[in-house]
Design a protein around this ligand. Sequence first.
Ligand code: GAL
Ligand code: MG
Length: 976
Amino acid sequence: MLPLRPWESPEITSWRRLPMHAVDRRPGSIGLDGTWRFQLLPAPDAPLADHWSTLEVPGVWTMQDAGASDPPHYTNVTMPWPHHPPASPAANPTGVHERDIDIPADWAGRRIVLQVGAAESVLIVEVDGQAVGIGKDSHLASEFDLTGVVRPGERSTLRLTVVKWSDSSHIEDQDQWWHGGITRSVLLYTTDPLHLADVAVRAGRDGALRVDCQVRPAGGALPPGWFVSGELEGWGELAQDTAFDAGMRADERVSEFLGEARLSATVTGVRPWSAETPHLYRLTVRLHRADGTVADRSRHRIGFRDVEIRGRDLLVNGERVFIRGVNRHDFHPLTGRTLTVEEMRADLATVKRFGFNAVRTSHYPNDPALLDLADELGLYVVDEADIESHDHAHEIADDPRYLPAFVDRVSRMALRDGNHPSVVVWSLGNESDYGANHDAAAGWLRRHDPTRPLQYEGAAKTDWSSTRIASDIVCPMYASLDEIVAHARSGTQTKPLILCEYSHAMGNSNGTLADHWAAIETTPGLQGGFIWELWDHGILQRLSDGRPAGRAGAGAYADGVAGEGHRWAYGGDFGDTPNDGAFCADGLLFPDRTPKPAMYEHRELAAPVRLSYDGRTVTVHNHQHFRDLSWLTAQWLLSCEDGDEVTAPAALPDLPPGGCAELPVPPGLTAALPADGGETWLTLRVTTAGDETWATRGTEICTPQIRLRERETVPFGTTPARGRVEVDDDGLLLHPLLTAPPVLNLWRAPTDNDLLGGAADLWRELGLDTLVRKPLSVSREGATVSVRSAYDTGAGPVVHEQVLNPVPDGLLIEERVVLPDGLSDVARVGSVFETVAGLDRIEWYGHGPWESYPDRCSAPVGRYGAGVDALFTPYLRPQESGGRHGVRGFTLRPADGGPGLAIRLDSPRQVAVGRYRDRDLADAAHHDELVSRPCPVVRIDAAHRGLGTASCGPDTLPPYLVGAGTYTWSWVLRSL
Ligand code: GAL
Ligand code: MG
């Protein structure tokens, strides 16, 4: 009999579920993925209908047509219904999945197991109408013994009933879409009745290898005489460690009674595993019957490595490694949560290519394939248990009814993942307050796995110096840079500080990442963090019927943009209420995996190769912990403001990790430098010398740069030239290349940070988004036209002056504005105008090629060109986008190179050229609402506010704010 209403009983974590283990049973199994019969019931106790539809498994019903009545729903903290734990609503979508299974005749006499990869949130298993078991814990597999339930050579009906809402939903309240269904593969496997129930590997960098095996009989006692053996690739045979249970009488041997056995060896000459050097060894463990025949076999890829905390440092193989991490959910824009192994591989390869070396599996154990890939590609993993009770955190942390679930979830994660070298830290979960249930789970973990530290943000939240047991690491989220630096310098720091979340990547964001890394790399006690997060969780939505496009939408997007007839949906777009809008679009990658500019920023900050220059010598630094530079190749690139780019091969020296050496610049290169070429930059373009598992040969890894020659500030010649400046009666410039004259601009289309951090409200209250120009005076003196205008703001009038002069190379525009004290935080101070249509290609000298802003500008300075459309970054909710920092000058011409215009700037300025006015962007909720304007909109900013990360976390730092005072800027406009 099924326990009564298991979806309302937190004490029931499972029923007849097999213990979790680390034996990979995928090889040789029978996959049950595919099209299943399906019914969506309004509640778990509703009667079945006669009619079945179909559903793809794995696959949540919320993303498929059969689940049309129950679309995806996005909330962050708030539970989607008001019931207090452990209750759930009576209206509770329940998916009944059914299919026939044919059991091979040659499985007769063997043990038969069903594995359901993951199901949310309660899984009820029946075979031929007979109850088999129950599983909770939505992001780990559940296994059930079907031996004797199914009959070899015969067909049975397997029914998986998945109840969407339950007591478990209260501890699975992560910030992501709510779905219902089966999210990972379903399979059947068979073993000999005498089988390996678990294999636990420990392998240190000194070569000490220990393999603990648990052996189980099908039932009753273990047959006498069994033993285990193993083989380690490249080393040889491992034999059972009989000393392990020596000292006991044969008849009370632990191994005989519990089925415990150990293999151990000291492997000489091992190549240690690290994220930089992910050396793996194949280990095969065999279980033998008394006659030596093999009853069972388990294959592993293991890595030899140490992780420990010494003082306030987390060490991997004795090294204090920087943790350049990112938070990862299981997310896919077409399926919701289900990813193929190839998709996961491609994703992790991207993560590696952009300089990350760590992943936190926020906020639940990710697909098991992800850890195989992390082992293989080289990523440190903080493996997090599926516990987040955010909305009812305080009630649940000490609620004894949830105690079993806490221990169950943490222990099952550790039992599944303990053999992965990539897993370096366990996490007890996320945003669940801190209570006795955490300490219970931490206690289990410490006893079970003394080889890894554990962390829990909630345990270290209020007092970073506390010695509370449930976190070995201080892992705050969104702490300010000042706070973490102060803690590291306080003398009271006792634990490593690694931010579990920082630099919230919502929209146009990740400002001050460079400031963070400058502090982390120079402050002992700070070791890194995990950016929030990898994905924008935008679901591809068909505009025709508002449904998720599903797998059929494959290819209906490109370069981050949802194609014709589609959009990226966020909270509320499926009619889901309550919802948290675009807060789920907060990743470094677009839903289709296209990297955002912030990814490139991160890549540069993580550069394994750095340059420094003392005015005479260029020094190259190896910034890695374990690798030399032989996997890299490099090329010099010399670029100056007024000359062509010159390249030359660079010879990277043989440098140990952490080492540095002079890097001679080929004399031919500097000889090519024009004597009066202006500002000059030397860039080292570093690429992979050969294929890496995560990058093909020639992949750009970083572009460190030094400035060889400063820009001379040559005042613009004011030598009057012949010609006349035309302005209208109000003093607005009339110019054949402009369709809208330059006027003052103090606003930007609010970024998500501006909106959620409050700056956008302030700007609206001050009227900066609706500035109206009032001409004050227009005067002419010789060829010079002086125009004064005023703009009313909530902080008083802002007076703007333009002095227009014909100069030998065009039209000089000198601008000046005084912001009153009440304007202490504006988006920008600059000019905005529009050009004639058809100037669709831009070339600029400044930071690039990717988008950059004052507090996110590690892009190298150089000469770049692009189509105007390509400058724009399609952040899910339209907002300020497409800026380029430090632009010294640019040209705009038709794509075919016809006549256009050139603009030279007095100083490096923030420039944005695009297809939309700021108001167009601000008024749109999705891209399909935007209408591209034929006449490019050009903004030149004397000052531009940093981006910060205020949608969740600190705003930009004071130096990047734009406040009251006098601003002057000038530029020369010339026809080409
Ligand atoms: C954190 C939380 C994440 C996510 C993020 C904001 O507080 O752990 O799950 O909600 O904030 O995007
Ligand atoms: Mg949360």
